[in-house]
Design a protein around this ligand. Structure first.
Ligand code: SF4
Ligand code: SF4
Length: 339
């Protein structure tokens, strides 16, 4: 059973939950753009309905809440190591279907990719509840349906913002009780987008052959891509990081190890021990990212890594379109298959 809440009662729910949770939602972030006096929509803690932005896509994804851009992993002295403690409040994240699927992709990378689980991701993930925001039409650059990421079921609460009220449906008893006491019963079930304005055709894995890796399609990106890494940092499913050791000034025998986001488009990302860099050209990096998003990950986990959020298309300063790149690849591969 779902519920309908008036805005002021939804605020009461947020206020009651704020005692136990930090509520993270799409909201305006003043002074966080490259230009002065402009605001960007991103993820931050909110306290009331009026702060939540639902008519714009966030520039960055909610992955930064579960996998922060920089994070201390452990502290060390010359004889001891102590893992960083996690003292943050539990969280509720309001997010869209593509991003919830993107977090599932991150979960595979951090928790299901071999025998060792990433404790830093695990402790954040396990103390987070996900509230799914129902999409109306999606945004122009979305292609979640093409990536089979337009539906999800791993949410605790689904939520629809209408002009007047808020509709909710929760499978979590604590949230349900709260909605019941502040709202009226309504037969609400979340609806999913079936088709986006943008359609992307993804080549079948079995049709991708080694010749594709050497194809001229990648040449275009050698000059166009400037290796800024924005497509990596804005991507919900990019999980790469590097580590830095910080030695404290006051005592050179103490310090901490931090992990910091990294990305396959950035210089130095593919340098190995001994100094050899095996992807120096930006076109090679575009090829690596594309194949990881629509081929390698799928082979390992049975789903595409890319969830079609379209942020990489939105943020690229060189107007490089990842969705167009996949479509071009599809045409090349299909043409080869027709021969
Ligand atoms: S590759 Fe682009 S469209 Fe796909 S999940 Fe990442 S940012 Fe979104
Ligand atoms: S955002 Fe565009 S220019 Fe920057 S690294 Fe990605 S593809 Fe290259």
């Amino acid at each position: 059973m779902g519920y309908r809440l008036k805005p002021k009662y939804f605020d009461d729910v947020l206020s009651a939950l704020s005692k136990h949770y930090d509520i993270m939602a799409p909201a305006l972030m003043p002074f966080e753009t490259r230009h002065s006096a402009q605001e960007v929509v991103g993820y931050r803690k909110i306290e009331s309905l009026k702060e939540i932005v639902v008519d714009k896509k966030t520039f960055f994804s909610p992955k930064e809440i579960l996998f922060p851009p920089r994070e201390t992993m452990f502290y060390f002295t010359d004889s001891k190591i102590r893992e960083s403690e996690y003292e943050e409040k539990n969280k509720i994240i309001l997010l869209r279907t593509c991003d919830l699927n993107g977090i599932e992709r991150l979960k595979n990378m951090f928790l299901n990719n071999g025998d060792v689980k990433d404790n830093y991701f695990k402790r954040r993930f396990e103390s987070t509840k996900f509230w799914l925001i129902e999409c109306d039409d999606g945004f122009d650059s979305c292609f979640c349906a093409s990536m089979n990421s337009n539906k999800a079921d791993s949410y605790s609460t689904a939520i629809k913002f209408t002009e007047e009220d808020i509709l909710v449906d929760s499978n979590d008893n604590m949230f349900s009780e709260l909605f019941k006491s502040y709202g009226v019963e309504e037969d609400y079930k979340v609806s999913f987008i079936e088709k986006n304005k943008l359609e992307v055709k993804v080549p079948l894995s079995e049709n991708i052959n080694p010749a594709v890796f050497e194809h001229d399609i990648w040449q275009e990106y050698i000059k166009r891509c400037i290796a800024c890494g924005r497509c990596n940092t804005s991507c919900i499913s990019c999980s790469c990081f590097t580590t830095h050791d910080i030695i404290y000034d006051d005592n050179k025998r103490r310090g901490e190890r931090r992990r910091v986001w990294a990305g396959c488009h950035l210089d130095n990302f593919s340098i190995m021990a001994g100094g050899h860099d095996y992807r120096t050209k930006n076109g090679e990096r575009m090829r690596f990212k594309t194949m990881h998003k629509i081929y390698d990950y799928h082979k390992r986990f049975g789903k595409h890594m890319c969830v079609g959020c379209g942020r990489c298309d939105d943020v690229c300063p060189e107007y490089i379109s990842f969705s167009k790149c996949i479509n071009k690849l599809y045409d090349i591969i299909e043409k080869e298959n027709d021969k």
